[in-house]
Design a protein around this ligand. Sequence first.
Ligand code: SAH
Ligand code: SF4
Ligand code: F3S
Length: 477
Amino acid sequence: MPYRRKTIDPEKIKEQQAICAELFERLTADGRRPLAFVDTYGCQQNEADSEKLRGYLAEMGCGFTQDEFQADVIVVNTCAVREHAEMRVLGNVGALSHAKKARPGQIVAVCGCMVQQEHMAQKLKMSYPVVDLVFGPHELWRFPELLRQVMDARERRDDRRRVFATAKDDGAVAEGIPLRRDGTVKAWLSIMYGCNNFCTYCIVPYVRGRERSRLPEDILREARQLVEEGYKDITLLGQNVNSYGKDLDEPVDFADLLRMVSAIPGDFVLRFMTSHPKDATEKLFRTMAECEKCAHHIHLPVQSGSDRVLKAMNRHYDRAAYLEKVALARRYMPDLVLTTDIIVGFPGETEEEFEDTLSLCEEVRFDAMFTFIYSKRVGTPAASMPDPCTRAEKQLRFDRLTELANRISGEKHRAYEGQTLRVLVDGETGKEPYNLSSRTSGGRLVHLRGDPALIGQFVDAHITTSNTWALYGEVVE
Ligand code: SAH
Ligand code: SF4
Ligand code: F3S
């Protein structure tokens, strides 16, 4: 049966907010302001989800801390994309038992992608008694209700009662969840959730459910509000933003949405993450080129330069098709900044196939590359593919790729020296003499010397030096 887009009734979100009000009374009964610690792992989607968790917690009267020993409520929002991410989460969750011992009333919740996997929820149940509440991404909208269940059990002195909400689900769209954003200059704006691509190595479609788009009017309302509140850098988020709108009744695609958001009056930069090469269209590149506010940056994960590996990954494009897309995008935007993700050591990758990745990188000359060693994910098709290459061999390949990536980024950065670029100042570096951090429209990091009062403003920066990771410059008065 085809997937039907599900939405959560807005009344249900209001009920959750009413629960927040009730928990406010209970959490603040001793006259003290409760503190919450939301610890986020993984991608920008998770950052955006944590802003919703904080929104609910703020409605419960919580202030925020980064210190687990001070927190009354701890929420660990997890990632499952690679084993390393999971190991970090498990290590840190295990270590929370010290904080809980020092603060017996503390509530520890673990949510997000990692716990949506049955074996991980089970592991937390059996081996991590410090955890009181576990809920997957599909249950985030009813976090207040779940937290209340834990608190009710506490009041009944039923301390062994723990709450697990990780049922399998395709996911829904929930509007109206309060948000507490992290920054004041840059904002995330989720436009869709889930993924339907099932790349054979990837866990995301299993834990995040099917692709579902928010309605354009809901996105536009949020974008307008961000601009009114003074945000200057808006990133539209989705696992594959290019399939935006496919599940909606009205005929709207991602390029249309980009045009609508960039038509909002105000001075801001519009970005997006991530686009799958198979769905990146000429219409998208044309729209990016035509819309003044749209950053000329595209993150286009290639994953591999070998046709055989790309096929085994189920990526639905080959090397030639990828290179064609890049050429087309550059024809529309000669100043395009292009970044990518690459997996090294996919099961069965040969030395020759790895060299195809190197040669593709030389050919494209990415501005930045995010490189990963393949990590086996339970339940994905790649997990049962033969993988004769040793970890040590993969590490050697990874090091060679990193060296190439750094060399190319360094060369690309050097080409900016002497230029004057418009940048958005987004924060302080905490280091002298380049005390401010800023970003070019293409998303390159520029360290500047200047007055912190410039944070949140667009300025012209004269680039004087650079290295692999950043550009350095002076504010042009
Ligand atoms: N939806 C995005 C990527 C999400 S995950 C996209 O398709 O572009 C971010 C990156 O993690 C992926 O692009 C991929 O390079 C990497 N990744 C995903 N699963 C992985 C695995 N099992 N092992 C290693 N890297 C992986
Ligand atoms: Fe994972 Fe592929 Fe979906 Fe990206 S497009 S989230 S890599 S399955
Ligand atoms: Fe990780 Fe989930 Fe994002 S698995 S990369 S947090 S979608």
